[in-house]
Design a protein. Structure first.
Lengths: 231, 207
């Protein structure tokens, strides 16, 4: 484990983090919902007819970021959206909406039951799979804090700074980043390590982070982070 | 008690399980403080719209909730206290304080809505891309059935506002549904204030 402290990342709208340096012990890379359901062939998003390239675009840069963060001793946390097999944790309106567009939660899909924990489609894609010792958070909603142990784990480990990758930018990533920011975590979103099913929503989501001097934190390309970690 | 009609909303008639129920209906006004009001485009106009809608909701038997927000502070000096706005004339309902941009963060909102059985939420307020969106996201994850009322939320930017609306309707209504103010007024039994206005911004023209 490295005990080096790293400098700030050239980010928008301010050099991240606000408090001057990256301390690996207090920092986590949070990789959100890189699941087959969302970015793998035959998953939930594929079944809804969206262009998979949009959600897969961030996989390659995220692989490089994962390697750099692991080597720097930064914590790595993965999240997965999915429901219990009996769907007892799935709000009825969420279930109804999914059925209405032909991608019903719990229905049989090409990668097992859609959005159900333990099914093949719920797993994280090989490219950015967790390794031994990394935390995995299972969540029933879009946000990673609601009805999960994430906040407790972060506080127990003394983690105060979060770097985000994942999909989709405007849904699960944004909800999680907003929640983290409200809870006082200092947040950075890596612009090329995230994507959405709609390019306009992706771009607007990045812009919303940087409104008003960084209302939800800051945004930077992964190259800016890697440059700092490998300096 | 007035019989209410399902709202002509996008991407599905709202709420999902039938007509709005006055006993379950609640208007949630996020960003109800000076900080967010000062940053909202056309805030005075939106204030008037929210005031009318709030009185309409109360008239049909619904309730209203008003939320002011402490600001997340990066410096360790603590959270600045918000300055709540006054409730509009003729409107009732609790004025809550949230500890973040999301109205559910550190507030009594969830407990209050559960206790009073209010789970059909009309989402309005100041800061469409800020407090309004954060609150709708949290409400939806908690199982509340949400309708974002177009024309009753002040945007923070002109270019991101359209996407804030569009992202709600993706994937069959990932955070709920959206409807123009006139459609909500009709469903609550009132003549629309501006029947031809309040069009839902299309994603194309707002990007």
């Amino acid at each position: 484990m490295s005990h080096t402290t790293f400098g700030t990342v050239d980010a928008d709208p301010y050099a991240w983090p606000y408090d001057g340096s990256i301390e690996p012990a207090r920092t986590a890379l949070v990789c959100i919902d890189w699941q087959i359901d969302f970015c793998g062939p035959g998953g939930y998003v594929d079944a809804m007819g969206y262009d998979l390239n949009l959600t897969r675009a961030g996989l390659e840069p995220t692989q490089r970021v994962l390697a750099a963060c692991r080597s720097a001793g930064i914590h790595v946390i993965h999240t997965r959206e999915g429901h219990l097999p009996d769907l007892s944790d799935c709000p009825p309106n969420k279930l109804w909406r999914s059925q209405r567009i032909g991608a019903g939660i719990g229905d049989a899909g090409p990668c097992g039951r859609i959005l159900v924990r333990g099914e093949p489609g719920w797993g994280i894609v090989d490219e950015v799979a967790p390794i031994e010792g990394e935390t995995i958070i299972d969540k029933p909603g879009k946000g990673s804090f609601y009805a999960t142990e994430l906040d407790l784990i972060l506080r127990t480990k003394g983690i105060t700074h979060l770097i985000f990758t994942g999909i989709t930018t405007d849904v699960c990533v944004h909800t999680t980043m907003r929640d983290a920011n409200d809870r006082g975590y200092e947040c950075l979103l890596l612009s090329d390590c995230t994507g959405a099913t709609d390019v306009g929503n992706y771009e607007a989501a990045l812009k919303m982070v940087t409104m008003q001097g960084g209302v939800f934190g800051a945004v930077a390309p992964s190259s800016a982070l890697i440059e700092v970690l490998e300096a | 008690m007035t019989a209410l009609q399902q709202v002509a909303a996008d991407p599905y008639p709202w709420p999902w399980d039938g007509a709005p129920d006055p006993r379950r209906l609640v208007l949630v006004a996020a960003g109800w403080d000076q900080h967010w009001q000062a940053r909202g485009i056309d805030a005075p106009l939106i204030d008037d719209v929210i005031a009318r809608l709030a009185r309409l909701v109360i008239d049909v038997g619904g309730e209203c909730t008003w939320i002011a927000h402490e600001l997340p502070a990066r410096a360790p000096a603590g959270l600045p206290a918000p300055t709540p706005l006054a409730r509009p004339t003729g409107a009732t309902g609790p004025l809550l304080t949230a500890a973040g941009i999301d109205a559910y963060c550190g507030s009594a909102l969830d407990a209050l809505l559960r206790r009073t059985g209010r789970d059909q939420l009309l989402i309005v307020g100041h800061g469409l891309e800020g407090p309004v969106h954060s609150t709708m996201r949290s409400a939806n994850d908690r199982g509340y059935e949400c309708l974002l009322v177009i024309g009753a939320s002040s945007a923070l930017t002109t270019d991101a506002a359209g996407s804030a609306v569009a992202s709600v309707t993706m994937s069959g209504g990932i955070f709920g549904a959206v409807a123009p103010l006139a459609a909500v007024e009709r469903s609550l039994g009132a003549a629309p204030t501006h029947p031809d206005g309040d069009a839902v911004p299309t994603s194309e023209e707002d990007r």
